[in-house]
Design a protein around this ligand. Structure first.
Ligand SMILES: O=C[C@H](O)[C@H](O)[C@H](O)COP(=O)(O)O
Length: 217
């Protein structure tokens, strides 16, 4: 099965988690794009969506799905999003599409985070995919030096401006022994908005193709 077919199957399975009358948290990326297309089929049954990016907002609105303000709707029951890497404990690397900060906010605001991926995203250890870090532009060099001190090799994703008006450093060749500890350390560097490690708040369920993958305990 192709990667796109796997993404589409995962997205279809995630639609089963959507409750009538609810507001759905919606992530960003090529896998979520299939989910949004599916959500369009049930748009009369949901109140709307909270979106993690301008890209997803445009797609939701093109289907006539109301996009709501997280501040106005409060905690969400469900957040559906993709990932760039996923370990056996449902810890993730996200932000390949630069949407990590809003994604992390919505994940944190949701009771249930359902992650939809294809097989190629599964890894035993996080870190082959460079970890995106969103930074306030004036702090790029400062944060870069701090990331080197933490053992990484940051590369500026030049030309990319996030939906929040910030920049992205992609950290290569990181040996990530403890993703929760590293996430906390990176997030404490002044100038970091957030990093793309989703370890303190991992996914609750990971769907690969059409099946929920068991989590390692
Ligand atoms: O910033 C982008 C998001 O974190 C995406 O969820 C992630 O990059 C996965 O995207 P895709 O489904 O296109 O592989």
């Amino acid at each position: 099965m192709s990667r796109d077919e796997q993404k589409k199957l995962a997205a279809e399975k995630a639609l089963e988690y959507v409750e009538d009358g609810s507001v759905v948290g919606v992530g960003t990326g090529s896998t979520v794009a299939f989910f949004i297309d599916g959500l369009a089929r049930m748009k009369g049954r949901i109140e709307g969506a909270v979106s993690s990016s301008e890209q997803s907002t445009r797609q939701l609105q093109s289907h006539g799905i109301p996009v709501l303000d997280l501040n106005a709707v409060g905690p969400l029951k469900l957040y559906v999003d993709g990932a760039d890497e996923c370990d056996p404990y449902n810890r993730l690397i996200k932000g390949g599409g630069a949407a990590l900060t809003r994604e992390k906010i919505i994940a944190q605001a949701s009771d249930r985070f359902v992650c939809i991926i294809d097989e190629a995203k599964q890894v035993e250890f996080l870190g082959a995919f460079p970890v995106p870090v969103e930074v306030i532009p004036m702090a790029r060099s400062l944060v870069g030096r701090a990331l080197v001190a933490l053992g990484g090799q940051p590369v500026w994703r030049e030309g990319v401006v996030t939906d929040n008006g910030n920049w992205i450093l992609d950290v290569h060749n990181w040996r990530i022994a403890d993703p929760v500890a590293l996430e906390a350390k990176v997030n404490q560097i002044p100038g970091v908005v957030t990093c793309g490690l989703f370890a303190a708040r991992p996914a609750d369920e990971v769907i690969i193709g059409g099946k929920v993958r068991p989590i390692r305990r």
